[in-house]
Design a protein around this ligand. Structure first.
Ligand code: ZN
Length: 210
């Protein structure tokens, strides 16, 4: 497949060739600009496992590459961040040394979000993995949501009460919205790394009424 190089955009920040000093071409339509390359080098030299910069880079919305410039911006970036309705949940479950706190369900025009705090022992340095929680949501009508791209998780060291616990604040996105007839949501949340624990962690499970 050929790629129109005149549409080159940095796959990490979306900037076009004329907007940057240098652009390094990768296979197909993949590119990286000098600024993003510099940021990657800084992250490589940072001993912290999840520096805010690494998390920021990993949680950027995907860049549409080699596509017409007229393409409408994805709704993730264009949507305003005020929910139409917010339901405070404040449910907390502890399992071994990890805690999941579901804080809020936010309903937007075309998607909904689950906002949470994830408290666990800190990841060891050199961990080449972006921490994440996998969610599965179902309702009393049998609808099932597995999550969309565009959620995010951020380290919140200022919320931790000591070096033995790390706090991450995040949200997961889902679409479409639950139908109006939905009365109850069952939310299951899994820490994929929990599979390596002895015994393995089970998914957390929460029931909320909407
Ligand atoms: Zn870039």
């Amino acid at each position: 497949m050929s790629t129109d190089r005149s549409l080159a955009r940095c796959s990490f920040c979306g900037k076009r060739s004329p907007e940057v000093k240098h652009m390094v071409a990768g296979p197909g339509a993949a590119y990286i600009c000098d600024v993003c390359l510099g940021l990657c080098l800084e992250i490589l030299h940072d001993p912290a496992p999840f520096s805010p910069r690494a998390l920021e880079l990993a949680s950027r919305p995907p860049v549409v590459i080699a596509a017409p410039q007229e393409l409408p911006a994805p709704s993730i970036t264009g949507a305003k961040r005020e929910p139409l309705r917010a339901i405070i949940i404040e449910l907390e479950q502890k399992q071994q040394d990890r805690t999941m706190m579901l804080r809020e369900l936010q309903l937007y025009q075309e998607h909904f979000e689950l906002h949470y705090l994830w408290i666990r022992p800190p990841f060891r340095a050199g961990f080449a993995f972006v921490p994440r929680i996998i969610f599965q949501v179902s309702d009393n009508l049998g609808n099932l949501w597995a999550g969309d791209r565009g959620g995010m998780v951020l380290a919140r060291p200022e919320l931790s009460n000591g070096p033995h616990l790390a706090v991450y604040q995040g949200y997961a996105r889902f679409s479409p919205l639950p139908p109006l007839e939905t009365r109850r949501l069952t939310i299951r949340a899994a820490d994929p790394l929990g599979q390596f624990e002895q015994p393995p962690l089970l998914p957390w499970q929460f029931e909320i009424t909407v």
